[in-house]
Ligand binder design. Sequence first.
Ligand SMILES: O=P(O)(O)OC[C@H]1O[C@H](O[C@H]2O[C@H](CO)[C@@H](O)[C@H](O)[C@H]2O)[C@H](O)[C@@H](O)[C@@H]1O
Length: 273
Amino acid sequence: MSLPTPSTPAGHDGLQALLSHPSGAVIGLDFDGTLAPIVADPERARAHPEAVSVLAALAPKVASVAVITGRPAEVAVRHGGFAGVAGLEHLTVLGHYGAERWDAATGEVTAPEPHPGVAAVRAELPALLDGTGAWIEEKGGRAVAVHTRRAPDPQAAFDALRTPLTDLAVRHGLIVEPGRLVLELRPPGMDKGVALQTHMRELSATSVLYAGDDLGDLPAFSTVENLRTTGTPGLLVCSGSDEVTELRKRADLVVDGPDGVVTLLRTLAEHLT
Ligand SMILES: O=P(O)(O)OC[C@H]1O[C@H](O[C@H]2O[C@H](CO)[C@@H](O)[C@H](O)[C@H]2O)[C@H](O)[C@@H](O)[C@@H]1O
């Protein structure tokens, strides 16, 4: 299968750099909505059935494959089926938007101390969510996610909760990370852009491909755009959905959700020597 053609000159340069010098390339991938199809219950989300084998084919050919996710790193590893896979011995999972790190090489997670604001907002949430149809996803005490996908009117519940949850978060020193019918209350100071840039710097990476689907991926898009202005080529891929349109406008390639991401990565692996 032939590789798709990026719609922008910068994306074209990014793909060419990756193909000509793969050992310098970092492949950064979001989890939910990019490697894993969106489902109503986050506990039931799993990586696309072909994701692991495709990543295992790609990873030995590039500098690094890194999954960069809002999930706790350990949850992404478990739901992804990423541990103990031949070919993924050097996989990195950066969880909680980069605050946590799991390395396949050690199997260990490194994480900062929990922010005290998380427990404080968690205690106040039940009263605030009463009657809204929204529900809470626990995230290991390091963040809380308020989901509205299963509310009677998911978008109305999301819109109604955004301001009160922002006020609550700010009162306790947290920020709100909006996503696909989810409002996450989490500590400030880290995002996927910082996580991607730090990872690339550690590896002296010479090019990057980043694929994401949601608003939380925009900082990583910004990092790639900034790197391109200082001479590091990059390819931005949007895992397309009807729910989020912001990434489409800035992507060099739009593919059809996790199916399209897996197909792209498989084709890329086939073209890398
Ligand atoms: O950075 P990501 O890997 O994209 O994680 C962001 C959030 O993803 C999860 O929620 C999303 O996926 C769920 C399962 O498909 C879906 O039910 C929900 O509507 C989506 O927003 C996850 O549950 C959150 O904790 C992550 O922050």
